[in-house]
Unconditional design. Structure first.
Length: 203
């Protein structure tokens, strides 16, 4: 950086290092610096949205992700971030969130948090059977050790009067809850790194 202060690739490396060092505000600041040099640099746009989301700045994340997902071949990770941010903001634009999550789950079929968000949207819509089906896909196919999926599934089963299923789901949750210690950001990191790398190569 001392010799190449305007290199967007070096700056991207710095921003990614800052994010992985649990410093999303610094990562966002570095990404903004990149975009001041090259406004359409896709990897920086992606990482900026991620940094805002991780930092709890959901309105900023919605804005940044929305600016990119309208383009052809937008990274699927951004569709998840857009929907998850809208969900956290209490949006009732369910059709937009469902469309985003459909694209995200199609491209990232092993993304547990994507299916969790999909279930939450269906539950907010009052469609509990669909919310249950989403969670059953999550814990049955995507990630059987996703403890929060089992916990929410137990609650939905109980609400639906499926007490035996609820008891089994709660038992499963209790058996694995201490094993799942990674945060959402850590869990989603396995999707972020390939996205940023591939976008950087294309740019």
């Amino acid at each position: 950086m001392k010799y190449h202060p305007d290199s967007v690739y070096l700056l991207l490396g710095m921003a990614l290092a800052e994010y992985l060092d649990n410093d999303p505000p610094s990562a966002a600041k570095t990404c903004s610096r990149i975009l001041a040099i090259e406004p359409q640099f896709a990897p920086a746009q992606l990482l900026l949205a991620v940094a805002h989301y991780t930092n709890g700045e959901n309105e900023k994340c919605v804005k940044e992700s929305a600016a990119v997902i309208g383009r052809p071949a937008a990274p699927p990770y951004l569709y998840y971030l857009h929907a998850a941010s809208l969900l956290k903001l209490g949006s009732r634009d369910y059709s937009a969130m469902l469309a985003d999550l459909e694209k995200a789950t199609r491209a990232m079929s092993d993304c547990g948090f994507c299916f969790l968000a999909l279930s939450k949207v269906h539950q907010e819509m009052g469609n509990e059977p669909a919310a249950i089906a989403d969670l059953e896909t999550l814990v049955g196919r995507v990630d059987p050790k996703f403890s929060n999926g089992w916990y929410r599934l137990a609650n939905l089963y109980q609400h639906a009067g499926r007490t035996a299923d609820a008891a089994r789901a709660l038992e499963k949750f209790e058996s694995i809850k201490t094993a799942q210690t990674s945060s959402e950001a850590e869990y989603l990191g396995k999707f972020l790194l390939p996205e940023v790398s591939s976008e950087g190569e294309k740019s």
